[in-house]
Design a protein around this ligand. Structure first.
Ligand code: HEC
Length: 128
């Protein structure tokens, strides 16, 4: 039993060590995966020019449904968020409030596909 605990401690130590060296990289940007970069872009638009944060919070409904609620619903129903943000798909989360969300299409319709996909990925990162 003691041996197992000892082994486990060593393993833990080794895995922590690895984590450390990873974070100490001189070029952290270069080591980010495409997925991480996409999430960062999505978050930047969400909090920046998209202005989404004023109506959506991660796990709490304010004016709009929470990001989590939207993400879970889109996953369950296999929704197409990019199409929705282009004004080309019906609302599936809260159709009764659709008119409020619709005002944002003025912004989202003009975003490049890449940025809409980044927003979608950012939303999906909350569906856990
Ligand atoms: C003025 C407030 C407001 C802002 C700003 C806003 N939303 Fe919304 N959003 C809402 C409301 C209200 C709903 C619920 C109505 C609905 O489901 O369409 C909603 C719903 C949604 C949905 C679910 C749509 C569905 O299928 O029902 C998505 C996805 C979404 N918003 C994304 C965004 C993104 C991305 C931004 C930023 C570009 C944004 N929203 C900015 C109010 C807002």
């Amino acid at each position: 039993m003691k041996k197992t605990i000892f082994l486990f401690a060593i393993l833990l130590f080794i895995s922590c060590k690895k984590e450390e060296t990873k974070n100490e990289s001189l070029y952290p940007e270069a080591e980010k995966s495409a997925e991480e970069k996409q999430l960062e872009l999505g978050q930047a638009i969400f909090e920046g020019k998209g202005n989404c944060f004023s109506c959506h919070k991660p796990d709490q409904k304010i004016i709009g449904p929470s990001i989590q609620e939207i993400a879970v619903m889109y996953k369950e129903k296999n929704g197409d968020m990019v199409a929705f943000l282009k004004g080309k798909a019906e609302p599936i989360v809260d159709p009764s409030q659709y008119e409020v969300m619709k005002t944002n299409f003025a912004i989202t319709k003009n975003l490049p596909e890449e940025e809409l996909k980044a927003l979608e990925a950012y939303f999906y990162s909350f569906a856990k």
